[in-house]
Design a protein around this ligand. Sequence first.
Ligand SMILES: C[S@@+](CC[C@H](N)C(=O)[O-])C[C@H]1O[C@@H](n2cnc3c(N)ncnc32)[C@H](O)[C@@H]1O
Ligand code: SF4
Ligand code: SF4
Length: 338
Amino acid sequence: MLGAILCCMRPPLRKTPTTLKMARALLTKRQGNRLWNRVFGRYDATSLICRETRAEARARKASGRPPRLHHLDVHLTDHCNLNCRSCEHYSSISKPVFTDLSTFEADLTRLAGLFEGIDQVYLLGGEPLLHPQVEEFVRVARKHLPGTRICLMTNGVLVPKMGDSFWGALHETETILLCDQYPGVADVEAITALGAEHGVVVEFVQATEQFFRAPIDLSGTCDPQESFVRCTGVSNCATIKDGRMYPCAHIAYADILRERFDIEQLHPGPEDSISVHGDATGDDIVDFLMSPVPWCANCDYPALEYFEWGRTSRSIDEWVRVDGSGVGCAARGERGRS
Ligand SMILES: C[S@@+](CC[C@H](N)C(=O)[O-])C[C@H]1O[C@@H](n2cnc3c(N)ncnc32)[C@H](O)[C@@H]1O
Ligand code: SF4
Ligand code: SF4
């Protein structure tokens, strides 16, 4: 009954602390899990996946149009030339990995057919300027995504060293150079001047003082729904890698962690990502991205913590909970998928 009432409520129904508290108090976990996405899933101003209301989704589906994807991340490299502590993409502990241009093109071609459009794409990594074909990547991206806001996201280290052909490619493809500002890293003045000289829009991300860590709990006992709801709009960020769409970098690049620290459990399963080259429609992919996956049971988002940005010591506890019993999802009585 309560489900019916909540589902009939018209958007905008936002996830506020009050609505979340109300729903938690009134629903069992099982009811809540199913309802959560139906009520909150479609209309969430902070969602990086899809920003259409339930009413808009109904009207669009009735007209047979595919959905829009709000945001897409694509790595050009997995590795990096800067070593941030607890990098969410594990790039500070990755061996050199360069994305293959033809795989990238095949994936973007397919996505362009599955969605009515993609609002914005971040070409990143790792550090994308380390890829020797970075200019070809921005050209291919623009060819397949003519109306998309395309951003090349960098830590800024290499920007002053890039040549005229790099700036020419960004200018020609109207690609935005999106530059992070880590303490003492990017030369903001020089980069601003280079952008102006070459007619390239340069945007700076607000200066980074803090990073965060949502520890990986190897017990796999976290409440996937709880973690997923908390990460929406933060880490829940569509990521395409080798023909499969992942709900976040944590899962897409888990192999980096697994190989570095030799942890066999860190192996995402087939239900943790979805092929974009199979039968899935754009709506199937959006629905997949807006629901928790089994891997979310490893993600202790309720224990999210902030710390001052700094360099990595490459120790496992920057990503994985290793502090034993007494803390974590199991200690809180959560059972996750086990
Ligand atoms: C993985 S980086 C890749 C692009 C480029 N290397 C850079 O740093 O701008 C993409 C974004 O993720 C953010 N990020 C990575 N790990 C993070 C963490 N632990 N906490 C907060 N933000 C993080 C970075 O600050 C950056 O804005
Ligand atoms: S600059 Fe830092 S946040 Fe960006 S990929 Fe490199 S290590 Fe990660
Ligand atoms: S694993 Fe799940 S809960 Fe964790 S960041 Fe990814 S989508 Fe969010």
